[in-house]
Design a protein around this ligand. Sequence first.
Ligand SMILES: Cc1cc2nc3c(=O)[nH]c(=O)nc-3n(C[C@H](O)[C@H](O)[C@H](O)COP(=O)(O)O)c2cc1C
Length: 214
Amino acid sequence: MFAILEDLQPQDRHALLTPLITPRPIAFVSTRGADGIGNLAPFSFFAMGGQSPQSVAFCPVADRNGNPKDTLRNVRATGEFVINIVTRAMAERVNQASAPYPHGVDEFDVVGFTRVPSVMVQPPRVAESPASLECRVFQVIPHGSGPLHGTWVIGEVLAAHIDDGILAADGLPDTAKLDPAARLGRTEWSHVTTDSIFSLVRPTVGRPSGQTPG
Ligand SMILES: Cc1cc2nc3c(=O)[nH]c(=O)nc-3n(C[C@H](O)[C@H](O)[C@H](O)COP(=O)(O)O)c2cc1C
């Protein structure tokens, strides 16, 4: 098939591309409003970039009336957020946290996650997540306007909390121990297991990695 995106309805674009751009890691984003009310919501339009400084980006999409999500309102108001990594064990409750609760309802309470105070920012982290990143907003960039447009929130990672239990012998996080969940298309999710991981050494010029000289 061949598709020109302009010819498709927004929901059809989303349905077409989400099974392709996978697996998407999930940022479970904790924020606080100017009124101090907390909020917790998952975002799979989520990536990292750079190293100095270290940035992360996620993209809240406006609703069908063009209204921003609580998470976007909060990061605009306070400039702070915490990204909690979603594990397989957390997936069902994270999914529940994405229900359209009204403003003023803190998903920590309705879904039953535990707050832990952060060190460098106001929003708390999620105790049930083995890895959390405290972040400060760098830039907020809308792409388009009106119903279903996205707004990229780019943040700088200030601090990382990582459970010792998911560290490997080399002191770095072991992804299989973390068991992170990811979004695919439709209602499908995935997670990383030992069986799904393979390793490739960074190549030198001229020879595909893993290939021995002939
Ligand atoms: C796994 C998962 C990933 C999601 N990813 C996004 C996303 O990247 N962007 C978005 O706008 N909504 C996404 N959603 C939907 C939001 O989480 C949902 O609209 C939520 O209610 C927003 O909460 P808020 O209004 O409290 O910020 C996702 C939902 C789930 C379950």
